[in-house]
Design a protein around this ligand. Structure first.
Ligand SMILES: N[C@@H](CCC(=O)N[C@@H](CS)C(=O)NCC(=O)O)C(=O)O
Length: 210
C-alpha cells in the first residue's frame, strides 16, 4: 500500500479518512494502511509518536514514500495532487482534484479555509473547558456563523465549491461542516450550505464511513 495513515475516530483525522475513501472508491487496491492511534489514552503524546510521527502530538498524519506529512489541509492538498488528478475508474478518467492552474488555486483556498475559519474557533465549544475559555463561546459561535454565511454565498447557484464537479475541496469542507452540525449549528439558516451538505452526504463512499 502506498500510504500509512495515522487515524483516530471522531477527530480531525476524519477529514483525511473521508478523502482517502473518495480516492479509494472504484479502485482495485486500497490506498492506505490505517494505524489507529488512541488519542484519549495519550498515544499521540508518547515519546515515540512525537519523535517518529508528529512532533505536534496530533493526528491526522500520512507517510508517503518515507516522507511524513501532517496538518489535515496539507494532507488533502497533497493527496489530491498526487492521486486525485489522473485518477481512473474502470478505465474512465474520474478526477477528484483539478490540474495545476486557477481552479486548483480555488481548491486550495477552500481546503485551507475551514481549518482557519471553522475548526480554529471550536475550542470554547468543547465540554469541560475551564471557565475562562468557555467564556469565549458566544464569540466563537458568532465567528463560525459568519463563516457559514461566507460558505453559503460561495455556493449560490452552484452544486459544488468549484462549480458543477465534486472535488476533494468539497470532501474536506464537508467533514468540517459535519462537525459544526455536531456542535449544534443549524444549517437551515444557510440553505445553500444545507442543500450542498445533503448532496455530499448522500455519496455512498461517505455514507459508508458512518
Ligand atoms: N490543525 C491540525 C489539528 C489536528 C488535531 O487537533 N488533532 C487532534 C484531534 S481533533 C489530536 O490529534 N489530538 C491529540 C491529543 O489530544 O492527544 C489538523 O488539522 O491536522
Amino acid at each position: 500500500m502506498p500510504l500509512k495513515f495515522y487515524y483516530s475516530p471522531m477527530s480531525s483525522a476524519d477529514v483525511t479518512r473521508a478523502v482517502i475513501a473518495e480516492l479509494e472508491h472504484g479502485q482495485s487496491e486500497p490506498l492506505a494502511e490505517t494505524v489507529n492511534v488512541k488519542i484519549t489514552e495519550g498515544e499521540a503524546k508518547t515519546e515515540t509518536f512525537l519523535s517518529k510521527v508528529n512532533p505536534n502530538g496530533l493526528v491526522p498524519v500520512i507517510v508517503h514514500d518515507g516522507v511524513t506529512i501532517w496538518e489535515s489541509a496539507a494532507i488533502t492538498i497533497y493527496l489530491g495532487e498526487t492521486f486525485g488528478v489522473d485518477r481512473k475508474v474502470e478505465g474512465v478518467r474520474t478526477p477528484l482534484f483539478p490540474e495545476a492552474g486557477t481552479l486548483r488555486g480555488e481548491a486550495m483556498k477552500w481546503i485551507v479555509w475551514p481549518n482557519l475559519h471553522l475548526a480554529a474557533h471550536t475550542l470554547p465549544l468543547h465540554d469541560g473547558q475551564p471557565p475562562e475559555i468557555k467564556a469565549l463561546e458566544s464569540r466563537s459561535r458568532a465567528d463560525i456563523t459568519k463563516s457559514l454565511c461566507v460558505l453559503n454565498g460561495a455556493l449560490e447557484g452552484r452544486d459544488y465549491l468549484l462549480g458543477s464537479e465534486y472535488t476533494l475541496a468539497d470532501t474536506h469542507v464537508w467533514s468540517f461542516v459535519g462537525y459544526m452540525t455536531m456542535c449544534k449549528f443549524e444549517l437551515s439558516k444557510t440553505p445553500n450550505v444545507e442543500a450542498w451538505f445533503k448532496r455530499v452526504s448522500s455519496r455512498p463512499q461517505l455514507k459508508a464511513l458512518k
